[in-house]
Ligand binder design. Structure first.
Ligand code: ZN
Ligand code: ZN
Length: 398
């Protein structure tokens, strides 16, 4: 079959299953499940894959699963990763398919990613004659769960990249900075290393009217938060990038009591290991020494979260060529700089040549709510573009 004929067939098939895919996305959206609890979603994926006659393996990190499609031509195995988890937050979209699970929302598009993965399965089972080697679809839990290590890491530890051995991997994420119909990627760092930090500042509780009898950890923690701002401005090379954010500051029980303790939580984003080491060292110094100067003490826990997501050049080229083949010459956007978000697909990029790409959904004259916003949503047309490109990548795979 010629490339042009194949493209036409893919587009036709994607069009014919668009409503089916959107229905799946909306069902998952209505029933979001937080990281490590994707039981319903996982079962739904399993049922659909089995209905399609795809070889299914379940039980990776509890809710993770894979679907294997064996091509009729000889070749290596290519994996596609789709994340399935939602976020613990309240939804404010007002959509008629809004979350029914209080305090949980698909605010990062993983409902869409999962639907794209299932649509890809539905397409590829009809193209086995054209597939070189195998296609392994990985449905992954707990992408949003950096504090516990992320689902990708555990699925890899549990052997998701073997039997059959996987030679390369593809990840995709809905992305607000790109227009609907665009796909973007770059060689090298694409997403940041994302390291969670906690700081416990211990002082000495006292009556609020007699601060001299205590050691105020609120004041010490406030100084710490301010001093941490100097890491990026004073310690990081101006041609490198880093982010240090304290997102949680918890202390005290009453307006008229100086508490004994304040707990801080935050995150650090870096794009290479050298900067990462330096920032970690400075955070410890600043927290401990600032607390000490205030008569308090600080204990820092810097845990190494997701590593940087680093794309392989050949895989980026495969993605770019496939996007241009099936969406048009202008559809592929050469991304010029990485994003400061963390992504556990990084663990795949550490193991095998991989490409992590962005799937655009922004539209002119339309307000866009970014991922993790309580009003987050995307134009579902983007899903079809995603399936087209991934199908083309699967069929271009050698
Ligand atoms: Zn997210
Ligand atoms: Zn996400």
């Amino acid at each position: 079959m010629s490339a042009k004929e194949l493209n036409e067939m893919i587009v036709e098939k994607v069009n014919s299953l668009e409503n089916w895919m959107i229905e799946i996305r909306r069902d998952i959206h209505r029933h979001p499940e937080p990281s490590r609890s994707e039981f319903r979603t996982s079962k739904k994926v399993e049922d659909i894959l089995k209905d399609l006659g795809v070889e299914v393996k379940t039980g990776f990190y509890n809710t993770g699963l894979t679907g294997l499609i064996r091509g009729k031509k000889k070749g290596r195995t290519l994996a596609f990763r789709f994340d399935m988890d939602a976020l613990e937050m309240d939804e404010e979209t007002g959509l008629d398919f809004a979350s029914k699970n209080e305090g949980v929302m698909h605010a990062c598009g993983h409902d869409g990613h999962t639907a794209v993965g299932l649509a890809l399965a539905k397409i590829l089972v009809d193209f086995k004659e054209e597939i070189n080697g195998n296609i392994k679809l990985i449905f992954q839990p707990a992408e949003e769960d950096a504090p516990h290590g992320g689902g990708a890491k555990y699925m890899i530890q549990e052997g998701v990249l073997s039997d059959p051995d996987v030679s390369a991997a593809v990840g995709i994420h809905l992305w607000p900075a790109l227009k609907l119909g665009e796909i973007g990627a770059k060689t090298g760092p694409m997403m940041a290393a994302s390291d969670p930090i906690t700081v416990e500042v211990t002082g000495k509780g006292a009556h609020a009217s007699l601060p001299n009898l205590g050691i105020d950890p609120v004041v010490a923690a406030a100084q710490i938060v301010n001093n941490l701002q100097t890491i990026v401005s004073r310690n990081v090379d101006p041609f490198e990038q880093a982010v240090v954010t304290i997102g949680k500051f918890i202390g005290g029980t009453r307006y008229n009591t100086i508490p004994g303790r304040v707990n801080l939580e935050g995150t650090v984003r870096t794009f290479n290991e050298e900067v990462r080491d330096k920032v970690e060292k400075r955070i410890k110094q600043i927290c401990e020494k600032t607390a000490e100067a205030m008569g308090a003490s600080a204990e820092v826990d810097y845990s190494r979260g997701y590593p940087p997501t680093v794309n392989d050049e050949k895989m980026v080229n495969l993605a770019a060529r496939s996007a241009r083949d099936i969406l048009g010459e202008d559809a592929f956007v050469d991304i010029d700089r990485p994003a400061p978000g963390g992504e556990d697909f990084a663990y795949f990029t550490k193991e095998i040549p991989s490409v992590y790409m962005w799937l655009g959904y922004s539209e002119e004259d339309k307000e866009i709510f970014p991922p993790h916003s309580p009003k987050y949503n995307f134009n579902e047309k983007a899903l079809s573009y995603g399936v087209r490109v991934l199908s083309r990548i699967a069929l271009n795979w050698r």
